[in-house]
Design a protein around this ligand. Structure first.
Ligand code: NAD
Length: 499
């Protein structure tokens, strides 16, 4: 049985807590590995190592640091096939989708490595007073930690570690215990690229190790991505401990369909956005909002036909549109929510429960599921299902559709499909959501813009990747300087004034 240890001070280190968790292959339902779960003492050891390593790393000039990160990007590309296969086997997303997970991650490391020297530049003003100059520095925080979810086991650790390392911090990753294989491989590749030991470490674990990181006085920042209740609790805990935090939570993403949209285009976009990765994406579209009864009837007819033809299968089998969900518990929860939708009176157009995949009878499969006539008080609407379930909430007009989106608890992503530029512009301006697509179903911003949701989807004021990530992982120091010449004017007891 494969065993996933920690990665401390440049080497794999077996856990000493005596606690471990099973890592499943969701396509077969079998346990394929065990992962060690760290104790508070093991976390403390990693922080100690990181503190020392960070000093040397921060002293290296940012372009040299960047080169190591760019070398790492090359190594990840060279190892892409193996990494994608491992990711797919632990998570359950298809092999091609696993490559997307990795590629969207290294795009950020590439941005961070290539841009570090520029993004870390401070400002300089001369003659702010007589003979006085002022300049600002962006300095690393020290040791920072990233706590990441199961659904993007490569992308999110890379989104966090790339900018943090480029800025001169030491980074401790606490990945999801459900698919820890790829994060550990990333640690090996960072080392192979030339990253000094102790600068990137992996602590596997659960609540105990997360609490230890949040409480440790030498961990200066916490970057979290996961479900909303945990995001909020960690944000509160980190703030109480006096450290900065950016904590991203769950989502319920809507796609508004205006009557002038091309419905074949919309239906295809919705299929990928709702059912891709079995709906286990924080930017998955889980609610379609057609405007007007005619639009709704036509859209549901198209979706019903197309969704019924989707192929759910083992993640590594070519031809599967999407794979299983991550655990038996996730499958049970999703199927329970489908039943709650039926009980609440929604129309179950397509039922993905009880789907059988020949030869993989014990896999955690849920087929594509479609609900029509969903109302905003039903549990299938109020809760994040995080499975291949698409709900149709019918809207009377544009204002109604906008109101539905803005009344939702979450504000991660949203999309509108229309041919009317004015409607698209009005929607993008008025909608209370962090990331907006106009005729784009999953508007995940590229690496040099920032990623972050609003409302219950994000706690903290700076987003992930893009220039925001450098602001998050550095603190500003402002230096005011005068080199005295000639005779002193004597003591002054008046507040210095700029003008
Ligand atoms: P999760 O909240 O269960 O776990 C996330 C991380 O927190 C994991 O590392 C886990 O070990 C740790 N954790 C779990 N319980 C904890 C506890 N009680 N105390 C401290 N730490 C704990 O989330 P998940 O199931 O791994 O991921 C899916 C969720 O993540 C969904 O809600 C999804 O929307 C969200 N997500 C959000 C974004 C975003 O950018 N907003 C991106 C990806 C995923």
């Amino acid at each position: 049985m494969r065993h996933v240890p920690h990665w401390i001070n440049g080497q794999a280190v077996a856990g000493t807590s005596g606690r471990a968790a099973d890592v499943f292959n969701p396509s077969t339902g079998e346990v394929q590995a065990t992962v060690d779960l760290a104790s508070t003492a093991e976390v403390a050891r990693a922080v100690e190592v990181a503190k020392t390593a960070q000093l040397q790393w921060a002293a290296m000039n940012p372009q040299r640091r960047g080169r190591i990160l760019l070398k790492f990007v090359d190594l990840v590309r060279e190892n892409m096939d193996d990494l994608a296969a491992l990711l797919s086997s632990e998570h359950g997303k298809t092999y091609e989708d696993a490559k997307g997970d990795i590629n969207r991650g290294i795009e950020v490391v590439e941005f961070a490595g290539g841009g570090a020297a520029h993004l870390l530049k401070g400002e300089f003003s001369t003659e702010v007073g007589s003979g006085i100059d002022t300049h600002s520095l962006r300095q690393p925080l020290g040791v920072v930690a990233g706590i990441t979810p199961f659904n993007f086991p490569a992308m999110i650790p890379l989104w966090k570690s790339g900018p943090a390392l480029a800025a001169g911090n030491a980074f401790i990753l606490k990945p999801s215990e459900r698919d820890p294989g790829v994060p550990l491989r990333l640690a090996e590749l960072y080392q192979e690229a030339g990253l000094p030991d102790g600068v990137f470490q992996v602590i596997n674990g659960d609540k105990e190790s997360v609490d230890a990181l949040v409480d440790h006085p030498d961990v200066k920042a916490i970057g979290f991505v996961g479900s909303t209740p945990i995001a909020q609790a960690i944000y509160t805990g980190a703030a109480a401990a006096g450290k900065r935090a950016q904590c991203f939570g769950g989502a319920k993403n809507h796609l508004v369909v205006m009557p002038d949209a091309d419905l074949d285009h919309v239906a295809d976009a919705l299929l990928g956005a709702a059912y891709g990765s079995a709906g286990e994406r924080c930017m998955a579209i889980s609610v379609a909002v057609p405007v007007g009864q005619e639009t709704a009837d036509a859209l549901v007819a198209k979706l019903a036909e197309k969704a019924a033809a989707l192929n759910v299968g083992p993640s590594l089998q070519p031809g599967a549109d999407f794979g299983p969900v991550v655990t038996a518990a996730a499958k049970e929860r999703i199927e329970g929510l489908i039943q709650q939708g039926v009980d609440a009176g929604a129309t179950l157009v397509l039922d993905g429960r009880g789907v059988q995949v020949p030869g993989h009878e014990n896999g955690f499969f849920v087929g594509a599921t479609l609900f029509d006539h969903v109302t905003t008080d039903m549990p299938i609407y109020t809760e994040e299902i995080f499975g291949p379930v698409l709900c149709v909430v019918r809207a009377a007009d544009f204002a109604d559709a906008l109101g539905i989106v803005n009344s939702n608890l979450y504000g991660n992503g949203v999309s509108i499909f229309t041919r009317d530029g004015a409607a698209g512009r009005e929607f993008a301006t008025q909608v209370e959501v962090g990331m907006v697509g106009i005729n784009i179903p999953i508007p995940v911003p590229i690496a040099y813009y920032t990623f972050g949701g609003w409302k219950a989807s994000g706690f903290g004021d700076l987003n992930q990747h893009g220039p925001d990530a450098f602001r998050f992982y550095t603190r500003t120091k402002t230096v005011t300087t005068r080199w005295p010449e000639g005779v002193s004017d004597g003591a002054s007891f008046v507040m210095p004034q700029g003008s």
